[in-house]
Design a protein around this ligand. Structure first.
Ligand SMILES: Cc1cc2nc3c(=O)[nH]c(=O)nc-3n(C[C@H](O)[C@H](O)[C@H](O)COP(=O)(O)O)c2cc1C
Length: 317
């Protein structure tokens, strides 16, 4: 396959594994890169020292391109940038913060920079900051997200309308059919989170992976819009939050109730009741444990099949 995204990153397929706290260490990132996609180490749950270890292990495990995701609001962002420059990681996906902060510096050091956005306002900021591509993340996506609740199907064409940069579609991407639909809307690649979070090489807890596999339609929800909006599984913690929000709890009360380390508790330690189980609406489609290689192979197979079907029905030529 040859398009703007495969060219930008020098990869075989325009399939990105989203950087994910507590899930995407060197094992997952290298497995995705070895399978022809682009693996991203999720630095948001790492100390600078741990990130350095993961970068070195990833380099040993693959000779294909891989990158690092840096959520800019996290305390170690600046130190993480220094580590990835030291080790000459050539691809950086920034998220959750101001893209103007480090883009210039990263680009001056030869990095390709991509920023994750959930609305037009941030897309324009990222374009202005000089990024190479945008991840347009609809609110179906697992994890932190935009409070506007713009779905991927509305967001992708919205961003294609205001920017010429290559777009990577995220949120609800499951197989080759969603990939093809995203392309029709203006994307050149896809970013998948939840399906990779549940896969064998993900460092998440088995309980969390099984919760994704078992989740049904309607069992995830965007919540905590007052603080940092997040899509999570509707577990005991979610319903406690929901009750507080209904009673008009302040941001301060919600912050103090959540405390620290809720996503570690849920995703990494497997506490299904009191942990924050970040997962996307796509969970209802995920029903088996698979390897990163199996996911990529199935994506490519179903993409080719979906395209063929449209051509046979005279919708495409
Ligand atoms: C458990 C989990 C943790 C995540 N952590 C991050 C993160 O640290 N940084 C980030 O930019 N996005 C994060 N995301 C979002 C993913 O990178 C990806 O964009 C999103 O999951 C795509 O939507 P999907 O879940 O429908 O596939 C996370 C998602 C999940 C499910």
């Amino acid at each position: 396959m040859n398009n703007l995204i495969t060219q930008l990153f020098q990869i075989k397929y325009p399939i990105i594994q989203g950087g994910m706290v507590w899930c995407s260490g060197w094992k997952l990132a290298s497995a995705v890169s070895n399978a022809g996609g682009l693996g991203l180490i999720g630095s948001g749950s790492m100390t600078p020292g741990l990130l350095e270890t993961h970068i070195l292990k990833c380099k040993e495990a693959t000779n294909k391109p891989f990158g690092v995701n840096i959520p800019l609001l996290y305390p170690h962002a600046e130190a993480h940038i220094e580590i990835l420059l030291k080790h000459k990681v050539p691809i950086v996906f920034t998220s959750a913060g101001n893209p103007a902060l480090y883009t210039k510096k990263l680009k001056e050091n030869g990095c390709k920079v991509v920023h994750v956005i959930a609305n037009s306002k941030f897309a324009l900021k990222a374009v202005e900051a000089g990024v190479d591509a945008l991840v347009a993340e609809g609110f179906e996506a697992g994890g932190h997200n935009g409070k506007e609740e713009t779905s991927s199907f509305c967001l992708i064409p919205q961003i294609a309308r205001i920017s010429q940069l290559p777009i990577i579609a995220a949120g609800g991407m499951y197989d080759g059919r969603s990939w093809l639909a995203a392309e029709a809307l203006g994307a050149s690649g896809i970013q998948i989170g939840t399906r990779f979070a549940a896969c064998i090489e993900s460092s998440a807890h088995t309980n969390y992976k099984e919760a994704i596999i078992k989740a049904l339609e309607g069992e995830t929800q965007l919540t905590l819009k007052q603080l940092t909006p997040v899509r999570m599984f509707k577990n005991e913690l979610y319903f406690q939050l929901d009750a507080m929000i209904s009673k008009g709890a302040s941001s301060e009360e919600l912050r103090s109730f959540m405390g620290r380390g809720r996503s570690k508790k849920g995703v990494f330690e497997g506490d299904l009741a009191q942990g924050e189980l970040e997962m996307g609406a796509v969970s209802s489609l995920i029903n088996k444990k698979e390897s990163a290689q199996e996911i990529i192979s199935e994506l490519v197979k179903t993409y080719i099949e979906a395209r063929k079907k449209l051509i046979e029905n005279n919708f495409l030529s």
